[in-house]
Design a protein around this ligand. Structure first.
Ligand code: ZN
Length: 193
């Protein structure tokens, strides 16, 4: 089960992309599968998405968030966000094309999430604790991994974007929604995302 190769190995010029914010209809549309993951335009898009994710800064970004209705996500798991448990080790920049997620087991866990399309806000969302996900990388090679913790959460969050779903839609209790500056009242010190 090869991990997605880090985007950093591909030397291409990069551009910051405009991030769609909540309310823009592109965030509510369903993205189309990528027909040729090896297309140089896809590689360029992925590189630009990684650059945009870091610039924001964030730990994940999906095609529709940059006005591209294709099933492509980029993500990372910074060391300070990884629990170190199996499936939740730190991850460098990753690109995943045409991802599919399935839960492993029944367990769901609450956790605080932010979204680059909903700046300044955090919400507590229940997600599958452990997942298996599949997709292809930029060489068209299959990817199949298991994830937990932050890794599992970011994958579920980003794949939702491909189906026009925002984390707010997944919240059971909107009282668990907060501006970052007030999050200490609900969840202790604010988390960066
Ligand atoms: Zn998001």
């Amino acid at each position: 089960m090869a991990p997605v190769p880090p985007i950093g190995q591909y030397a291409v010029a990069m551009t910051l992309l405009k991030i769609a914010r909540m309310g823009h209809p592109v965030l509510r549309q369903t993205a189309e599968p990528v027909t040729d993951p090896t297309d140089p335009e896809i590689r360029r898009l992925a590189a630009d998405m990684v650059e945009t994710m870091h610039d924001a800064p964030g730990i994940g970004l999906a095609g529709p968030q940059v006005h591209v209705l294709l099933r492509i996500i980029v993500f990372r798991v910074p060391a300070e966000r990884a629990t170190g448990a199996a499936g939740d080790e730190p991850e460098g920049d990753r690109v995943l094309i045409n991802p599919v997620v399935e839960p492993l087991g029944e367990e769901r866990v609450p956790g605080w999430e932010g979204c680059l399309s909903i700046p300044g806000i955090r919400g507590e969302v229940g997600r599958w604790a452990r997942i298996r996900y599949r997709g292809v990388d930029l060489d068209g090679a299959p990817v199949a991994r298991e994830a937990s913790g932050t890794h599992a959460r970011v994958i579920q969050h980003e794949v939702d974007h491909l189906d026009g779903v925002l984390y707010l839609d997944r919240m059971d209790d909107l009282r668990r929604l907060s501006f970052v500056e007030e999050l200490r009242f609900l969840a202790g010190p604010p988390q960066k995302r």
